[in-house]
Design a protein around this ligand. Sequence first.
Ligand code: GLN
Length: 502
Amino acid sequence: MRPTRDVHLKMVRARSYQISVNWNISNEHVRDTEPLYGRLIAIKDNITTSSSHPDFPALPTTAASRILADFTSPYDASVVERLKRAGAIIAGKTNLDEFGMGSHSTHSHFNAVRSPFTRDGHALSAGGSSGGSAVAVATGQCWAALGTDTGGSVRLPAAYTGTVGFKPSYGLLSRWGVIAYANSLDTVGILARNITDARVVFAALAGFDGRDPTSLPPSTRARIAALVGSPRVRERRTRLRIGVPGEYNIAELTPSVRAAWSRTLSQLRQRGHSVVPVSLPTTTHALSAYYVLAPAEASSNLAKYDGVRYGSRSDGTDDGQTRGGVASALFTATRGAFGAEVRRRILLGAYTLSADAIDNYFVQAQRIRRLVQRDFDGVFALPNPLARAAAPASAVEDDRALESSAAQDGHLVGVDVLITPTAPTPPPTLAIVAKQTSTEGYMNDVLTVPASLAGLPACSVPAPPASGGGDRDREMEEGVGVQVIGQLGDDGLVLDVAAAVE
Ligand code: GLN
């Protein structure tokens, strides 16, 4: 059945749907041997999608904001182009926190995302900001979905909905066509039902893109491949050293989360891997640094939505007069189209970047970011491929770089991956979320932001069931995720370990 144009528009505008369904389905021009042939993939609505057929309008790209409520993109984001080339069908666009700012997908101009999961009859948070993508995957509305992860927005919803959420290393997937929140942190991520599926999507998306200035160039990708694929690294990895950072064992962890974490570790120990405690001392400052840096970048990125260059324009005059210290009525009204959380972040960012405050806030936060990166580099056996010392020209030098970073007193030190919980608690009920202050909401990200600050690959998988697999469903309702973090570029190992946990 071929839907009419009207049906298409109606579905697109019915924003109470978790997902605006795309009736314009066509992958006729793609060979059926392509890896994603016929796979329905939903796209978070801060990633641009154009029309793929002249008879049909483009799907919307709203970033869940009133300011972009009527926007359609003339082009597809690079990641969407790649999906289509691999045979995927764009299932539709998914709801989110406005511009990706939030942890529960409740800050949307198109109403909150509703999770299908409940506790004692009370609706639970879907997590955010990619909550719509997570729910679309969890409910089988699509095979997999794209999200974006700036400080945890793919991993947190994955944990809360019992799905897999993978944030690759910063720079591996193109950000071209992704509406910026905080460019130095924004990463396209993948939500899927299992690691096998996430891997297929990742393989289709990864690659250099000259249109994204932060896309890792082919030479760096080759260096990463040489480092990770070196015989010495491969040999070492038959038995993994898994690091457990003490700083992640915060008082706020609920007993169920702590139990799931230690259950995961003992299962991996039983399989012959060793589990070692490590210390990442700057972790305790990571959340504060993140909430200085991300809003600072956001305030700069969102300046362009002035109703002239981007965004809808409000009624009013622009007579150049100043009223109450504000430059123009039209500008104020236009910027008033942003939701409360976005406005809060713009103000916060504008303040921390202001002449009086920049040294105390923005500059300090950048320092902390450096220290967080250094902490991670200090515990991983694999050197950071972006660090100068880790730019070997040959396999022999690769081995030397690895040894010098990992050998001490004749022992190989350094871990291959870190394992932590994804979130301190199972999903809260929406009633609890409604009562939280924004700072309490920011607390949900405490375990996900450190990897974001360092650009590291990190994957959330549902925690293994308590006994033998029988109560898997109950566990999914619990919504406890385990996070695997690896060295930059070590995405393959992160997925391998996540698959072992699954
Ligand atoms: N919750 C975090 C924030 O609001 C992370 C969001 C994200 O990763 N897009 O900034």
